[in-house]
Design a protein around this ligand. Structure first.
Ligand code: KIV
Length: 271
C-alpha cells in the first residue's frame, strides 16, 4: 500500500500516480485487485451514488459511511476521503469531529477544497497526525460562487491566485494536491514549482498523477461527458445488455435451467 511519502517519491522518480474515486464495497474490492495506486472517496458520491446535482448535499455521515464500506473492500490501497461542504469551515471542534469521523471510518488522509482560510487547519491536522491532500482549480463545493463548472486559471489574475494557493497548501503541510480543470500549461508550471505531487483531473498530462471518477472511467454515466473524461469501458452498454439478457432468459424460460436449480430431477419424475 502507498503511504504519503510515496507520492513525493513517485514525483521525484517521474512515475505517474493513478487515483480513482470509489464509494462502495463491491467496487472497492475490484479497485483493490487492480494496479491503480490509490482511492479517493470523493464527495462526488452525492452525485454518483445519491443522484444529487452537485456535491453540496454531501454530509460527514455520508462520507464516513461510504469510507467505511470502501475500507472494508480495499484493504491494500491508500484511501483519501473528502471532507464535505462546510464540514471544515466551522469551529475547530466541529472541524476535528468531521475529520475524526472519516479517519476512524478507515481513511488514511483527508482532502479539502481551496486554500484561503484553510491553511491553519491543514497545519493543525498535519501536526495532529492527519495527512491532508489539497484541491485547487475547479473546486466543486464552490459551484455557486464560481457560477458553474468552468475551467479555472484562464486569466493572469486567477492563474496567479492558483499558484499562490498551491504554494500556501504545500507550506501548510499538504502532502499532495488535486488540480481540477486548469489549463495544461498552468498545471505544468504549478507542478514544477512544487515539491509535493499534483494529481490532475482536466489539468492535462503534465501533472504528477491523474484521478478519474469510477463511473466516468467505466462509462457507467452516459449523461456526463466533459472533455477531460475518457471512458475506458462501455460500462453502461455492457450492464444494460446483461440486464436485457437476464430479462429475456427469464421470460423465455431459459433461466433458471437445471444447472442453476436445486434437485431439478424431481420435476422430471411423473407424479
Ligand atoms: O469528489 C471527487 O470526485 C473529487 C475528484 C473529482 C477530484 O474531488
Amino acid at each position: 500500500m502507498m503511504n504519503i511519502f510515496d507520492f513525493t517519491k513517485k514525483k521525484q522518480a517521474g512515475e505517474k500516480i493513478t487515483m480513482v474515486t470509489c464509494y462502495d464495497y463491491t467496487s472497492a474490492v475490484l479497485v483493490d485487485r487492480s494496479d491503480v495506486d490509490c482511492i479517493l472517496v470523493g464527495d462526488s458520491l452525492a452525485m454518483t451514488m445519491h443522484g444529487f446535482n452537485s456535491t453540496v448535499p454531501a454530509t460527514v455521515e455520508m462520507m464516513a459511511m461510504h469510507t467505511a464500506a470502501v475500507a472494508r473492500g480495499a484493504k491494500d490501497k491508500f484511501i483519501v476521503a473528502d471532507l464535505p461542504f462546510l464540514a471544515y469551515r466551522k469551529d475547530l471542534g466541529d472541524n476535528i469531529a468531521a475529520v475524526q469521523a472519516v479517519m476512524q471510518a478507515g481513511a488514511h488522509a483527508v482532502k479539502i477544497e481551496g486554500a484561503a482560510g484553510n491553511t491553519d487547519l491543514v497545519r493543525h491536522l498535519t501536526e495532529s497526525g492527519v495527512p491532508v491532500m489539497g484541491h485547487i482549480g475547479l473546486t466543486p463545493q464552490f459551484v455557486h460562487l464560481l457560477g458553474g463548472y468552468r475551467v479555472q486559471g484562464k486569466t493572469e489574475e486567477s492563474a496567479n491566485r492558483l499558484k499562490e494557493e498551491a504554494q500556501a497548501l504545500e507550506q501548510a503541510g499538504a502532502f499532495s494536491l488535486v488540480m481540477e480543470c486548469v489549463p495544461t500549461l498552468l498545471a505544468a508550471e504549478i507542478t514544477q514549482s512544487l515539491r509535493i505531487a499534483t494529481i490532475g483531473i482536466g489539468a492535462g498530462a503534465e501533472t504528477d498523477g491523474q484521478v478519474l471518477v469510477f463511473q466516468d472511467l467505466l462509462g457507467l454515466n452516459t449523461d456526463f461527458r466533459p472533455k477531460f473524461v475518457k471512458n475506458f469501458l462501455d460500462g453502461a452498454g455492457l450492464v444494460t445488455g446483461a440486464l436485457n439478457e437476464y430479462n429475456q432468459a427469464v421470460k423465455t424460460g431459459a433461466f433458471p435451467d437445471a444447472n442453476h436449480s436445486f434437485n431439478p430431477e424431481r420435476l422430471a419424475k411423473p407424479a
